[in-house]
Ligand binder design. Structure first.
Ligand SMILES: [Zn+2]
Length: 185
């Protein structure tokens, strides 16, 4: 949003313009980032507060009430279908600096490489009937998935309410530049 504006000011002033524009859309609340759905965050890295790469990225975050996880016990498919219907969505335009974009790509590459290696080890281990090898492969896949998920996630949604969405995972320096959240929900 806003980044395709033909009248946009030079990049150095763009962040300031964005900050002004979104003054009433995002706040800090302790370690939480609180936003209104559809908000455009200031043009700085959400992790370290350095200038963000342009254009900023449009991200969508989903959340549902944690109690819904209990339906997993009734069946994974049932849970997935229910979650698809009741989940709430918050689009956010956010920035990452070059360093954090690289770090994110590196963890995704590591996750893909590890998964491929794990699949290879399982296939080879089964062929040779080598139990420890395919078990190591399975462990490598799980570890790769964790690296991929943790390393690539931008923010962690802790709650999507009627009007506001709360996130964990924004950097302290970035949060310090936002106004304090004063509402109770
Ligand atoms: Zn950064």
């Amino acid at each position: 949003m806003g980044t395709l504006n033909p009248y946009r000011p030079p990049a150095s002033r763009l962040s300031e313009a964005l900050s002004l524009e979104v003054g009433g859309d995002c706040w800090r609340d302790g370690k939480d980032l609180v936003v209104r759905p559809g908000c455009t965050l200031p043009g700085r890295c959400i992790k370290c507060n350095e200038p963000a790469e342009l254009p900023m990225r449009h991200a969508r975050f989903y959340w549902h009430h944690p109690a819904l996880y209990l339906t997993v016990f009734l069946g994974l498919l049932l849970y997935l279908v229910l979650a698809l219907f009741v989940r709430r969505r918050t689009p956010v335009t956010l920035g990452l600096c070059t360093r954090h974009v690289r770090r994110r790509r590196a963890s995704l590459a590591l996750a893909f490489g590890g998964t491929a290696l794990g699949i290879g080890a399982i296939a080879y281990g089964m062929q040779r009937d080598a139990g420890p090898l395919w078990m190591a492969g399975a462990a490598l896949i799980v570890a790769s998935l964790i690296v991929g998920i943790v390393g690539s996630r931008l923010l962690v949604v802790t709650r999507i309410g009627e009007n506001y969405t709360r996130f964990r995972g924004a950097g302290a320096e970035f949060l310090a530049t936002l106004p304090a959240f004063y509402r109770t929900r």
